[in-house]
Design a protein around this ligand. Structure first.
Ligand code: PLP
Length: 416
């Protein structure tokens, strides 16, 4: 993945669209997407990507996913509505989330499958099914399993690798079996913060055991959520410590296991395999340009203040040193040592980069890379509205994806 830009490009984009500015590297996304898809499909052809909207639901990006044949993974009424707005039918929407809103019932009525998160949510579906006896409702359960992630997840219906009297999933299947017009057609899990190959081996093993225990016939799909590492520049990858698995290594575990278990069935009887990449696909395909506004020394420490903030780029800029490129534009150069880049907010902790040593001038532009996930979708309207976003493709030609927000955009819901 190469999202490094030239000075000519960066200066040109800022002249046309202003600073700060998001840049979506369309060609890189397309390549990354097809790399994951084809690597998995080479081993288990019934694989598909359900793109995680929450990670970055910029309409042009989700439309590109649709064009590439991907499904939409949504976790709220807002995201569901967005998927519909870009042309998805319910059958191609994976509806997750602990609180799905009323759109859940439209989705179920239109032949969509929802991944049920709790017994209480199941109750509402049972009630809906009872009052709509002519509908055939299809659902799946998100199961809460222990893949040795080292924490207790709050999501999904409690389930265990071995039979357990605590398993709420027993009750969930029992309740559905009593309903004539509800069928469980799939099983789902997603465990955060566990991107290792071993975590994926555990996921697959436990999900297979649950399928053998709870399903009378082969499910229509198995959805393993996401939690694969993204493709990263070496400067970022080395900060994670240890080996970053490749898509091929994940596929070796997941798609191979699916092929071994179901590969001998006729294709139409094999379950579809889904994963729900978000960070996995988008993080490396977006960068961000900010401008240096001030360079100062405070009690022996150098601070470089930007026209952007941590909120623009998401938590990753607080957790890791993002890969950056600096572009001088002719201002008076200062040498800084171990400088902290800080945002325009009044938050003391708004550090967007720590440990910069080198030459900088007011007016310089900095490209921060790997900011595609939980960035523009996470930016609060705190102190300033958000900036514009452009897409660049093969030859670097830009096109607008989102104009800069105005004060009116933010305040028109308030009563003056
Ligand atoms: C249910 C679900 N699916 C998919 C994702 C995206 O996973 P990733 O960002 O690891 O690709 C998340 C992220 O939290 C999630 O909660």
């Amino acid at each position: 993945m190469n999202c490094e830009l030239t000075k000519e490009q960066v200066v040109g984009y800022v002249q046309q669209y202003g600073s700060p500015l998001y840049i979506f590297h369309g060609e890189e996304f397309r390549k990354n997407y097809l790399d994951l898809l084809n690597t998995m499909r080479a081993i288990y052809p019934k694989y598909n990507i359900a793109y995680s909207y929450k990670t970055n639901y910029t309409p042009k990006i989700i439309s590109l996913v649709k064009e590439l044949g991907g499904l939409a993974e949504v976790v709220s009424e807002m995201e569901y509505t967005l998927a519909k707005r870009v042309g998805y039918e319910s059958k191609d929407i994976v509806y997750n989330g602990p609180v799905k809103g009323n759109a859940l019932f439209e989705h179920l009525a239109e032949d969509g499958v929802a991944n049920i998160d709790s017994l209480d949510e199941l109750d509402t579906v049972i009630e809906f099914a009872a009052s709509h006896p002519s509908l055939k409702i299809k659902l799946a359960f998100r199961v809460n399993i222990d893949i040795e992630q080292g924490f207790i997840s709050r999501f999904g219906v409690d389930a265990y690798e071995e039979e357990s009297k605590d398993a709420e999933i027993d009750k969930a299947f029992e309740l559905v079996r009593k309903e004539k017009n509800i069928e469980v057609v799939g099983l789902h899990c997603h465990i955060g913060r566990s991107r290792s190959i071993d975590a994926w081996k555990n996921r697959v093993r436990i999900m297979f055991k649950l399928i053998d225990r709870y399903f009378d016939k082969t499910p229509e799909f198995i959805d393993l959520g996401s939690g694969m590492n993204s493709v990263m520049e070496p400067a970022l990858a080395c900060q994670f410590g240890g080996h970053i698995p490749t898509f091929a290594e994940y596929a070796d575990v997941v798609a191979t296991a699916m092929n071994e278990k179901y590969g001998s069935l006729p294709v139409e009887e094999q379950p579809a395999l889904y994963t729900e990449p978000g960070t996995t696909l988008i993080s490396g395909c977006m960068s961000f340009i900010g401008s240096v506004k001030t360079i100062k020394n405070v009690k022996g420490k150098s601070y470089v203040t930007f026209d952007c903030c941590g909120g623009n780029m998401g938590d990753i800029c607080h957790l890791k040193q993002l890969p950056i490129s600096v572009f001088h534009r002719g201002g008076e150069i200062k040498k800084v040592e171990d400088a902290i880049f800080v945002g325009y907010t009044c938050l003391e902790h708004d550090h967007i980069y720590e440990g910069f040593s080198g030459e900088l001038a007011v007016g310089d532009l900095v490209q921060f890379r790997n900011v595609g996930s939980y960035s523009n979708v996470f930016k609060p309207p705190f102190i300033l509205p958000n900036c514009a976003m452009i897409q660049i493709d093969g030859d670097g030609t830009p096109s607008l994806m989102k104009r800069a927000e105005t004060i009116d955009d933010l305040f028109h819901t308030y009563v003056f």
